[in-house]
Design a protein around this ligand. Sequence first.
Ligand code: ATP
Length: 215
Amino acid sequence: MKAGLFGGTFNPLHTAHIQIADHVKHHLGLDKIFFFPSATPPHKPGIDLAPAQDRYDMVVQSLAHKDGLVPSDIEITRKGPSYTIDTIDAFRRRCGQSCRFYLLMGSDAFFDTPSWKRQTDIFAAVSIVVMPRQGTVPHTDIQSFLDEHIAKGYTWHQEERQFVHDRLKPVRVCPVPLIDISSTLIRSRVKQHLSIKGLVPAPVEKIIRERNLYL
Ligand code: ATP
């Protein structure tokens, strides 16, 4: 099985999250993609963070009819900070060795990985799928980032459209539809009592309104 792993604060989940994941699923022929909201994000202190259960409910209700996009509470049921390497280990234990994992991340998250726990172990454990967030991400930027922060020895393979390494898993850039939506934008619009219709799935809008989030 080929499974995508898509983590985030999802504070809240928005339509770009779903559209880009759908795109990657078809583009890479993945069987499913697990969406796992983080409980205690180690990297986003001080933001207006909705309770983990609310963010998880948004994911569950929004993915209810999306084939192959699967909610996971793997991080919100674990105690302590949500480190991605621990989540990968947990998925590996759950799915067995026959499963191939692809970790999806926006380009902003990718360039932030030097601050993640055991980042090189992450690059050794799973293929990385980088989704450009604004325009394209030049290959030279990725190459120099990998050389400087992950390991020397990555080479670009044009045919497979990915960087390969003899010890670490491939890093692929997957062009996704460029959608200028962020959770920050949604929270700010809710605070200003502006419409968020179309920017988030309908169940997310309902949960935000009913539970008075982000006001
Ligand atoms: P915030 O505005 O609060 O920082 P966010 O919109 O970036 O939130 P996250 O939950 O942090 O949402 O994102 C989860 C993952 O989805 C991250 O890897 C992020 O880079 C990626 N992502 C979010 N929005 C987009 C987008 N519009 N295009 C591409 N990637 C995205």
